[in-house]
Design a protein around this ligand. Sequence first.
Ligand SMILES: CC(C)(COP(=O)(O)OP(=O)(O)OC[C@H]1O[C@@H](n2cnc3c(N)ncnc32)[C@H](O)[C@@H]1OP(=O)(O)O)[C@@H](O)C(=O)NCCC(=O)NCCS
Length: 349
Amino acid sequence: MVGELIPSSVDPATAGVDFWRRYHKFRRVRQKESRPDDPLRDDADEEAHMKRVSPFQETVYYEVFRDGEILGLLQGSSVKPASPEYVSNRHLYEADIFVRSEFRRRGIASSFLPVVVELMDRRGCTTLGFWVEEDSGHEFMKWVGAESKLTAIESRLMFSEIEWQEMERWAAEGARRSPDTTLEIIDGPLPEDEWQAFSSQLSAMLNTMPFEDLDHGEIVVTPEKMRDFYERLELSGEVQHTVVTREPDGTISGITDITWAPYRSAFIEQRFTGVRPEARGRGLGKWIKAAMLLHIRDLYPGTRWIATGNARSNAPMLKINRALGFKPYRTGNEYQIIRDRLGGSLTAG
Ligand SMILES: CC(C)(COP(=O)(O)OP(=O)(O)OC[C@H]1O[C@@H](n2cnc3c(N)ncnc32)[C@H](O)[C@@H]1OP(=O)(O)O)[C@@H](O)C(=O)NCCC(=O)NCCS
């Protein structure tokens, strides 16, 4: 049992050097267990991200620590009233818990649950979500009584395995099938006068993604949210590259974007790809993806991996990704449980 070990709140804005020392040690342990192949953010970078207060998202941290070591950490997050997503997402709370392997099965993760319930109650949240990739997490979810609502696959493309001639063919074919459509590549932030049109198209496309059985709200991208996103990228010198297709009337019909960062210079994150429903079936998805890969080849020839995530039920996107050479790398599940059902696990210990 945990005994004297009780969760205590940490505020990154005021945390002292002792906290950062034990936190950086702890996150390295987690990285080694959970994502050993992935690059780790620099300490200064990580601190800057944790200290930055988002206008739209509230994030809180609680640690269980002893003798200068963090044994377990809870990160809780919820949407702020200032967010355009608040109306439809205000009932959702997201928790992430990690306990160092040598301190598991002693009730540390469960000791965070009453804290989570209080955080939810204070914000009026009624559904709790957890993202889980590891066996121990799936077992813990069973005990909590949460159900898996969405399965997502992270796929990776080895840069050295890309068939460049095929990519050139896809790009040429896309242009041939849609001769009146133009393709644009934007390096870095989009020009500010395009944020309004871009964010409304992006929102519409994002909300067509399959969410399986997940209790979810609407995704609302706005110019203010784009500014916030760009400011966050700047903290670690991250760069976004965007490919869009535009129809003759100026409408954006397809979008794909990636990010690159100095701390993971050989590792590209492929973010969202979407084509407006009425523009589907013309090869725009393949065109924008191929154009992006050809652009990455020019900009970042030292790339090793490109990683992307999709719902397991997203057949069209997975089909394009498999044809590009993306292979499944790991699977994760989003679990949810309603607040009133959490009572059982709070008293079970
Ligand atoms: C999941 C995790 C946080 C659990 O931490 P923990 O401190 O060991 O959990 P607890 O001791 O509070 O476990 C509570 C109950 O959950 C169940 N449980 C937890 N881990 C389990 C496991 N590996 N196998 C089977 N049951 C498990 C047990 O019923 C346990 O009670 P018991 O030990 O009395 O039988 C930890 O294993 C971990 O950090 N895993 C990797 C990260 C992760 O997957 N996090 C979950 C996503 S938020």
